[in-house]
Design a protein around this ligand. Structure first.
Ligand SMILES: Nc1nc2c(c(=O)[nH]1)N(C=O)[C@@H](CNc1ccc(C(=O)N[C@@H](CCC(=O)O)C(=O)O)cc1)CN2
Ligand SMILES: Nc1ncnc2c1ncn2[C@@H]1O[C@H](COP(=O)(O)OP(=O)(O)OP(=O)(O)O)[C@@H](O)[C@H]1O
Length: 202
């Protein structure tokens, strides 16, 4: 298969998987969010983390809202991704509390208003929970196709990196496929939490 054919295949698969998660009913989404919290919040990676990046659900993504509520209750610090205005294609992470002033980004997703809050260094996060469109049992992840998370976390693979967050994808079980096409720029995740199971690579 040529690289062009591979890209097309990935694009088609992304469309199919996005359609799958968008078809879930409000009640299915609610139950999935609840089961996800029960599965994730007993994992060591969550329990030991004080600084956690989450996301605000979009386009049928599994909703980490119950995890956020639990994390706030437990006094953990939460952060949200914000499109970096100075580095197109990159993310920044800003603090997020129930009173944070928000602003919609160009995709219509609310993010903390960067006029009022400072980004934190990405290496200072303990755990990053990533949205995804597809995953496989080896914790390979496919996102929305912007490469935002891939770019922002490539530093994890560079020699001399001494501190980095653990990356865990969050997914509906219906987003799992047998095998995802892997690209050289894909960042390795240490696991995927779905509404059914915790998949770990190490
Ligand atoms: N909830 C959530 N927040 C996130 C991400 C995400 O995937 N999910 N991101 C992860 O990277 C970043 C934003 N990236 C995104 C990339 C594409 C689209 C999207 O809906 N694309 C439309 C086209 C919209 C347009 O071009 O205006 C599409 O593909 O249909 C949304 C977010 C940061 N925040
Ligand atoms: N580290 C990187 N440096 C430069 N370009 C990158 C990097 N990572 C990804 N890209 C580019 O981003 C584009 C989208 O990549 P990909 O389809 O893997 O995104 P994704 O993982 O689905 O998106 P996201 O990470 O935003 O959820 C690709 O064309 C790729 O060339």
């Amino acid at each position: 298969m040529t690289p062009q054919q591979q890209l097309l295949q990935k694009k088609q698969l992304r469309q199919i998987l996005r359609e799958r998660r968008r078809r879930l009913s409000v009640s299915e989404q609610h139950h999935a969010s609840h089961r996800l919290k029960k599965i994730l919040c007993r994992q060591h990676c969550y329990l030991k983390s004080e600084r956690i990046a989450l996301y605000l659900t979009n386009d049928g993504e599994i909703d980490p809202k119950e995890i956020t509520q639990r994390a706030w209750q437990q006094g953990k610090q939460c952060f949200l991704p914000v499109l970096n205005p100075l580095k197109p294609g990159w993310l920044q992470f800003l603090p997020w509390t129930p009173t944070t002033r928000m602003k919609k980004n160009r995709f219509g997703i609310p993010e903390p208003d960067a006029r009022f809050y400072q980004p934190v260094p990405v290496w200072s996060l303990d755990l990053v929970l990533l949205p995804l469109t597809g995953f496989d049992r080896k914790s390979h992840r496919m996102g929305m196709g912007g490469g935002f998370y891939d770019r922002t976390f490539t530093f994890i693979n560079t020699p001399g990196c001494i501190r980095a967050p653990q990356l865990i994808g969050l997914a509906h079980e219906c987003q799992r496929v047998d095998h995802l096409p892997i690209n050289s720029w894909d960042i390795p995740l240490s696991g995927i939490a779905s509404d059914r199971q915790f998949y770990t690579t190490r």
